[in-house]
Design a binder for this molecule. Structure first.
Ligand SMILES: Cc1cc2nc3c(=O)[nH]c(=O)nc-3n(C[C@H](O)[C@H](O)[C@H](O)COP(=O)(O)O)c2cc1C
Length: 185
């Protein structure tokens, strides 16, 4: 089985962040299915403005270099007011610029997210998938993974406590591995 590198973008500036914990739990599962994760930080990016097009700052360049260096991207998004958090949208805007250097075309991507809300991150994820599709990313459509976090969801060691949920998440990551392989051939 080939190993693919995957950049993780966590769309939260919260400390602590539920989605960061969820992302960390996914990273633990990834090794077994041939995915090697690297965190790609997004919270330090300033709000994007067109002044950066002509004079792309080092912080933006580092971000773009990190995106280009990996085979695929996994977006782990919270849902804020039935949308994606501003920090996630800002990262997508940076990734799409400058004109002619969009990081997304033909990039395999997957989206998931965790929330305390009853319908989890369904609305935010649909929105984010639409944005990524419009940018030319090759978006994994299914399985959909909407994580509703309740007390005890995470074990003390940071993994997902429930064995069935862990198996479901491993299946999602395996499917992502297959999606990456297919989009590279
Ligand atoms: C401004 C704000 C808006 C929120 N809106 C939603 C929402 O629309 N849907 C939802 O399921 N949870 C919502 N929540 C609750 C989040 O699911 C919860 O705060 C979660 O911990 C956010 O993820 P994070 O800790 O990774 O930032 C909202 C939280 C905040 C702070």
């Amino acid at each position: 089985m080939a190993t693919y590198t995957v950049g993780i973008l966590v769309g939260s500036a919260s400390e602590p962040s539920l989605n960061r914990r969820f992302a960390d739990a996914l990273v633990r599962l990834g090794a077994d299915v041939g995915l090697e994760f690297t965190d790609i930080p997004i919270v330090d990016l300033p709000f994007f403005g067109t002044q950066y097009e002509a004079d792309f700052p080092p912080v933006g360049q580092r971000f773009k270099t990190a995106l280009d260096a990996v085979d695929a991207l996994l977006f782990v998004t919270p849902e804020y007011n039935r949308s994606i958090p501003a920090v996630m949208k800002n990262a997508v805007d940076w990734a799409s610029r400058p004109v002619g250097e969009n990081a997304f075309p033909d990039k395999p991507v997957a989206v998931t997210g965790a929330s305390t809300g009853d319908i989890s991150t369904a609305v935010a994820q649909q929105e984010l998938k639409g944005i990524l599709l419009a940018q030319g990313a090759v978006v994994l459509g299914a399985p959909e993974v909407y994580i509703h976090v309740v007390d005890g969801f995470f074990a003390d060691n940071g993994s997902v406590a429930d064995a069935d949920t862990r198996e479901f998440l491993s299946g999602f990551l395996s499917r992502f591995h297959q999606h990456i392989r297919r989009s590279r051939t």
